[in-house]
Design a protein around this ligand. Structure first.
Ligand SMILES: Cc1cc2nc3c(=O)[nH]c(=O)nc-3n(C[C@H](O)[C@H](O)[C@H](O)COP(=O)(O)OP(=O)(O)OC[C@H]3O[C@@H](n4cnc5c(N)ncnc54)[C@H](O)[C@@H]3O)c2cc1C
Length: 383
């Protein structure tokens, strides 16, 4: 699949599968299995995988456009897709000794029949996902893990979970190891419902690991090397992907607001809202300016990821922090412009507004990112 083909597939799925049911799935908090099936059939689940595993071998540029396109129709599905891409990238980057055991899983992902996700955040360390409280304990040819994972997107729907835990002999709080758990692993279960303010259709429920046995073949990183994988493999793609979700939400808000300003009328004045009120036109323009600014920021991040340089990590940190704030600001303005119609849920704007609030609280949160950026500018250690 080429970049252009992937984008066309994403557009087709967004309009045929996602857009018609996004509102209802949001209301019911229903995970869209049809969306995942369509993404699998189209080849988009294997977007970044090497061609050896029937993946498309594409990069961050295509990933960002595909994710933003999905998010414009349904941010819940876009987040499921994003977490899957991160899970599969982590599996694909596993240490060589796991290659034989992981090949069938990567082939299943390439064939579009396997959804993965990340289970990093824990109840004990909250948003500080880089510091798991759980610890793996050696047991024969592998480890046993017990953990309380506080939010796992696609919980109960994924075929595998990429899980962090402190390494058996880890000394510091970031001495973690990353493992892969098949969905059917005894002791792995969904621990409660997902009833969030936004992204209600992505099943981000808590999960429990109770004495789960993980064979050494399913240890993805060396002991204690989990933190490096989180920084080098997961963080850049996660921050790019959440920024792309924010961009999709902003575009949907601009589109929905524009339609409303054209169609809603002051009949007593014989004008549409947009024709009648310069203040609404100015606010719509501000939304467009912020949306295009975010798009340019994402392009700049992609350029940094394609051609890594000294400023790349700074851009990675900045992009998610900025995107979270912009999505909240643009969708808030949209709520104000669309007034009672938006407030009364006569249009999809309030779903976008609720969904937009997830980006800033997903770890690394906007606050943590600003803290990291400030510390790094001052030459202070980040951890
Ligand atoms: C929709 C959704 C999907 C998710 N999916 C997943 C998933 O698939 N996998 C996964 O592992 N996790 C997932 N998470 C968890 C997420 O990444 C965070 O871990 C979680 O939202 C943290 O919430 P908390 O209230 O426990 O954070 P807390 O740590 O309690 O944070 C509370 C507040 O303190 C601030 N804060 C915390 N530390 C600092 C600091 N050092 N400096 C400044 N401010 C700070 C935060 O910004 C926040 O405002 C998901 C969360 C959501 C909402």
């Amino acid at each position: 699949m080429t970049h252009d083909e992937a984008v066309l597939e994403a557009r087709e799925i967004a309009s045929r599968v996602l857009a018609p049911s996004a509102g209802q799935n949001d209301k019911a908090g229903r995970f869209s299995a049809e969306a995942v099936e369509s993404l699998g059939e189209s080849g988009l689940l294997g977007l970044l995988l090497p061609v050896d595993f029937d993946g498309s071998g594409l990069g961050p540029r295509t990933f960002a456009v595909v994710t933003a396109t999905l998010a414009e129709a349904d941010a819940s599905v876009a987040m499921v897709y994003l977490m899957h891409i991160l899970g599969s990238a982590t599996i694909s980057a596993a240490r060589p000794s796991a290659a034989r055991a992981l090949t069938p899983i990567l082939q299943e992902i390439g064939a579009g029949r396997h959804l993965s996700t990340l289970a990093f955040s824990e109840a004990g360390s909250r948003s500080h996902f880089w510091a798991p409280i759980s610890r793996a304990h050696r047991n024969g040819n592998g480890v046993r893990i017990s953990a309380k994972k506080s939010w796992v997107t696609s919980a109960g729907h994924a075929q595998s979970y990429v899980v962090s835990a402190l390494a058996p002999e880890g000394v510091g709080p970031t001495d973690s190891t990353i493992y892969l758990l098949a969905a059917e692993t005894p002791g792995l279960s969904v621990a409660g419902p997902w009833d969030g303010l936004g992204l209600r259709a992505n099943a981000s429920a808590p999960m429990t690991l109770e004495d789960c046995q993980v064979p050494s073949d399913f240890q993805l990183t060396d002991d204690g090397a989990g933190f490096q994988a989180m920084l080098n493999v997961v963080l850049p793609l996660f921050n790019l992907g959440t920024a792309a979700v924010a961009l999709g939400l902003c575009r949907a808000a601009v589109g929905g607001t524009t339609s409303h300003l054209k169609s809603a009328r002051f009949e007593h004045l014989g004008q549409s809202l947009g024709e009648s009120l310069p203040t609404l036109r100015a606010q719509l323009a501000a939304m467009q300016i912020d949306t295009d600014g975010l798009s340019a920021r994402i392009d700049d991040l992609i350029d940094h990821l394609e051609k890594p340089r000294e400023t790349t990590m700074l851009r990675v940190l900045e992009s998610k922090a900025a995107a979270g704030d912009i999505a909240i600001s643009v969708t808030s303005t949209s709520m104000r412009i669309c007034g009672g119609a938006a407030f009364s849920k006569h249009m999809s704007i309030e779903r976008l507004f609720r969904d937009a609030h997830a980006g800033a609280v997903m770890a690394p949160t906007g606050d943590v990112l600003r803290e990291f950026i400030g510390k790094s500018l001052l030459g202070m250690p980040l951890f």
